[in-house]
Design a protein around this ligand. Structure first.
Ligand SMILES: CSC[C@@H](O)[C@@H](O)C(=O)COP(=O)(O)O
Length: 357
């Protein structure tokens, strides 16, 4: 088994470099991208060079550290004013994954605790430590999700997944894929059906890549084949990641997830969401309030290295959809499994984890 890739890496101390695997080039090219300023981090998030809810949050936290390097020697008022600007700038990169806003808010809270310092230097160092903590904690959250999720999967199961909720989408190990990796570590055989995930093929390019790298049996299917594969009895569970989960358990994830959940219900197959508590947004009661990112139509009209639709056609390209809680059998978090998915169960498990000190 090959060692996993390091999705996000900070090199150096307070004046350092953020190194990301450029995920737009996978699976053909494993190439790292060095970000030396906050603008390049914003661009990397926007263009999905780094993507997946937890990974976006981690990258943004380091992005703040990068952007604040040149005001670290200024007085703390100037430092904090710049921090507010950069917080807003990074928050404008993508709207749906709540981990982005969670990480930026946590960084600002840490800085605010130290705002009485005369200069930005101490605050800047503390922010690097905070970004590292967010990064390290995500590793642990992912491992714990795997441990809680693995008992839900019987040996020999076929598992269908959509998009990429693997090591590439997190600090390492992933959320949905963490459950599969844990099954493998425990010697439990599984067979994963990977939706290719139109339009940007995160399933084909990234999930299939990670599973093949780990030596887990993986079969790639077009998104439109999921119903047939389920009808043929090949799928015993669906596991997907999440970008934002509201208080009632409604879950935003990559476009197409809602279709998969509906199909799973129709075929009596359990549908699990795997996500850390950092992906919950308890300020929203239901999924109706989740902002859905709209992306360029060219992602649909141009693919496979060429134009695939006539010029002038209208295109609708929402990047995410919302799966209603009633279609979700359970949500696997680092604190345990929420099942049945009710508002009371969500709040009881998640609110203590999100409470700010
Ligand atoms: C652990 S990642 C969970 C989600 O962020 C993932 O399933 C997803 O939808 C990613 O979308 P993307 O547009 O590739 O960032």
């Amino acid at each position: 088994m090959k060692s996993p890739l390091e999705t996000i890496r900070w090199q150096g101390e307070a004046s350092g470099t953020l190194t990301l695997i450029d995920q737009t080039l996978l699976p053909l090219e494993i190439k790292e991208l060095d970000c030396h300023d906050v603008e390049s981090v914003w661009e990397a998030i926007k263009q999905l060079r780094v993507r997946g809810a937890p990974a976006i949050g981690i990258a943004a936290a380091y992005g703040l550290v990068l952007g604040l390097q040149d005001v670290a020697m200024k007085d703390s008022a100037e430092f904090m004013a710049r921090l507010d600007e950069l917080h807003a700038f990074l928050a404008s990169s993508r709207p749906t994954a709540v981990n982005l806003f969670w990480a930026l808010d946590r960084m600002r809270r840490r800085a605010t605790q130290l705002a009485s310092q005369p200069s930005g230097k101490v605050i800047h160092l503390a922010l690097l430590e905070e970004a590292r903590a967010i990064h390290d904690e995500d590793r642990q959250l992912c491992r714990a999700i795997g441990k809680h999720g693995s008992p839900l999967i019987a040996a020999g199961s076929g598992i269908l997944t959509h998009c990429n909720a693997g090591g590439l989408a997190t600090a390492e190990y992933g959320t949905a894929l963490s459950i599969m990796f844990t099954c493998q570590d425990e010697g439990k055989p599984i067979h994963v059906f990977v939706d290719e995930t139109r339009p940007l093929l995160q399933g084909a390019r990234l999930t299939a890549f990670e599973l093949v790298q780990r030596g887990i049996r993986a079969t790639l299917i077009c998104d439109s084949m999921a119903a047939q594969v389920m009808r043929e009895g090949k799928v015993q569970a669906v596991i997907v990641g999440a970008d934002r989960i509201t208080a009632n358990g409604d879950t935003a994830n990559k476009i197409g997830t809602y279709s998969v959940a509906t199909l799973a219900k129709a075929h009596g197959i359990p549908f699990y969401v795997a996500a850390p508590t950092t992906t919950f947004d308890l300020t929203l009661e239901t999924g109706e309030g989740i902002p859905i990112e709209q992306r360029s139509g060219t992602e649909i009209t141009h693919g496979f290295g060429r134009q695939t639709a006539p010029a002038g056609v209208e295109v609708y390209n929402p990047a995410f959809d919302v799966t209603p809680a009633e279609l979700i059998t359970g949500i696997v978090t680092e604190r345990g499994v929420i099942s049945p998915v009710t508002r009371d169960n969500v709040v009881a498990l998640v609110a203590p984890a999100l409470a700010t000190p």
